[in-house]
Structures are given as C-alpha cells and as structure tokens.
Write a protein that binds this ligand. Structure first.
Ligand code: E4P
Length: 214
C-alpha cells in the first residue's frame, strides 16, 4: 500500500520522507491555510522534497474555472495531481482535465455512486473520506470496500486513496481491504510506528548487553 502524507507542512513532509516510507502528499485549502504562507511558496517547498504525486486542490466551483486553475496548478510540476470536488461541475472538469492528460484526484467522495461517476469521467485517483463518515455514525470503511469492488469489477484505471484518516486502525483496515493508498496525518504515522512492547523489548536488550561488560 502506498502511504501519502495528508499535510502541507514542510517539516512534517521532510521528516516522513526521511523515514523512507513516503509515496506522495495530499493537501486541501484547509491544510494550506494552516501554514500561514502564500500558496506558491508552500507548493514549491513540497515539490522540492516529494517526487511522488502531490495533490493540489482547486477552489473554483464552475467547471471552466476548475479547468483553468487545474492547468495552472499542473504547470508547477509533472507530479502535481489536481484535486477536484465531486460535483456535477467537478465531473465536467475531471473529464476535461483527464482528456488533456492531467491527472485528477476526485475529493469529497462519500458514496460508491459518486466514486463510480468520478471513475467514469476519468479520475486517476478517488478519495473517499472515511473519518468524516465515521463522525456522523456511518461506517466509513464500508465505502472503501464498495469502491474497491467497483474499480476491480470494471478495471478502471483508478487508485483509491483512503482519506480523512483519524487513527492507525483506519490505515490497517484500508490495507486489509487492499486499498491502493492511505493518506495519513503525520500524527497518525507517528502512532503507527510506536508499540510499548517494542520500547520495553529494546530497553531490555540494551540492559542485558551492558551486563556483558560487567
Ligand atoms: C484528503 O485528501 C483530505 O484532504 C483529508 O484527508 C481530509 O481529512 P479531514 O476529514 O480530517 O479534514
């Protein structure tokens, strides 16, 4: 499974990249706004570190505006992927951008039917938002299961990005389903590394090694 970092914070991106497990980055307007820097500066910093796919989201709501923005964002780098929201206007923009060879990540997917339409329009990535469904007492991971079946049934050239991840179990469940990608906040990545028995075990090994010297 590929692991993307769901952040626009360059320090977190550099740290995750140094672990050797980072395949890409996803951002959104909320994450960019947290950085308190202008958009172009943030994007250029990320592009210097990450060679895998970097999702940048449009803020226009009409398809012509999305396409214009998408073309401009795509010009920042070959690995830029354009994030388009799952609306009717979004579908038109997905079709137009993907026909130009620009990769699209359809965002804000909350139903299998939406995912089917985005895939048909040519979206290269599908982003179901798991945590936000769990937040409203809906079973988010069920959506990932359904989308994986649809993608496999028809051989769509799509990768499913499990998004809105809140904790390590979301990543584990995504991996057990066989989802292609999970996009993960840095704090979740840190939790995935840790296990108390690893820490206790290492401490014991090192203490026993020291005894050899006594
Ligand atoms: C991913 O593409 C989304 O930007 C992100 O996962 C949304 O997560 P949130 O529901 O925690 O805002």
């Amino acid at each position: 499974m590929k692991i993307f970092l769901d952040t626009a914070n360059i320090d977190k991106i550099k740290e995750a990249a140094s672990w050797g497990i980072l395949d890409g980055v996803t951002t959104n307007p909320t994450l960019i706004s947290k950085e308190g820097k202008d958009f172009e500066t943030v994007v250029k910093e990320i592009l210097e570190v990450v060679k895998g796919p970097i999702s940048l989201e449009v803020v226009s709501t009409d398809w012509e505006g999305m396409v214009e923005e998408g073309k401009k964002l795509a010009s920042y780098g070959d690995n830029v992927v354009i994030k388009i929201p799952m609306t009717v206007e979004g579908l038109k923009a997905i079709k137009a951008l993907s026909s130009m060879g620009i990769k699209v990540n359809t965002t804000l997917i909350f139903s299998p039917a939406q995912a089917l339409l985005a895939a048909k329009a040519g979206s290269r990535y599908l982003s179901p938002f798991i945590g936000r469904l769990d937040d409203i007492s809906s079973y988010g991971m069920r959506l990932v299961e359904d989308i994986m079946v649809i993608v496999e049934n028809y051989g769509f050239n799509c990768e499913v990005i499990v998004a809105s991840v809140r904790h390590p179990m979301h990543v584990l469940e995504a991996a057990l389903i066989g989802a292609h990608i999970a996009t993960v906040p840095f704090e979740v990545l840190q939790k995935m590394v840790k296990h108390p028995l690893t820490d206790i075990g290492l401490e014991r090994f090192l203490k026993d090694w020291e005894k050899l010297k006594e």
